[in-house]
Design a binder for this molecule. Sequence first.
Ligand SMILES: C[S@@+](CC[C@H](N)C(=O)[O-])C[C@H]1O[C@@H](n2cnc3c(N)ncnc32)[C@H](O)[C@@H]1O
Length: 220
Amino acid sequence: MEDPIQRHPTRAEQLDILASLVASRVASRVEDGAPVLDLGFGTGYVAHLILAKNPALSIVGVDRKAESLAGAREAFTGSNVTCVEGDLEAIHDLALPAGPFPAIYSVLTFHDLPDAAKRAVIDWSAKNLAPGGYFLLYDRLRMTDAPLFPLQQGIWSRIEREFGAGMRTAPDFDSYIDDLGTDNRPASLDEYRVWFAESGLAFQPLHIHGNVALMAGARR
Ligand SMILES: C[S@@+](CC[C@H](N)C(=O)[O-])C[C@H]1O[C@@H](n2cnc3c(N)ncnc32)[C@H](O)[C@@H]1O
């Protein structure tokens, strides 16, 4: 399966870390075929990476886009993948299998959610993790300090040089702030640290590349 997101050249390594952790660490805790949960499934590229490492896992993928899920259902015929259409902004109303889940992860989806929904999803995930389970969150982070913005621009330039493809960029900090809108509202690392803690999750950034982070939470 080809990566449908071409504007994140650094995500291959970060997703490989996520997929490796789910396929090994989490799999060792899976009892009775309990599924892991993918919030913002899209066409299932992340599930594909995980199943390539551990085909025995079951994955439940949630997304609000029916056409993405239709493609995924076809692509995953014969695998232990279940697609659930629904809105993460109403996570309590989703028709999900009963937890608890050994892992819940979300990739490049949280920036689409209003902050209240981000917090609700983190809180719901904390409550529905199995003991010893992990919540893994991969997304762009909000940059908050204008004086540091040139450093991020340096990282973007390097990414373009190294990977031959650029990421979503901005010419200056004010343009970056102006570009934040309803489909682009990343939270900052500090906000995630607070929100995870408020939900009773230990918080650990696992891999940060400029403004893109893989973060982990575990029930205390
Ligand atoms: C950028 S795509 C990432 C897809 C996949 N995780 C990946 O990395 O390949 C974001 C996905 O989140 C889904 N999404 C965004 N907001 C959502 C919401 N409120 N409820 C359910 N899905 C949502 C979108 O439909 C889209 O499929």
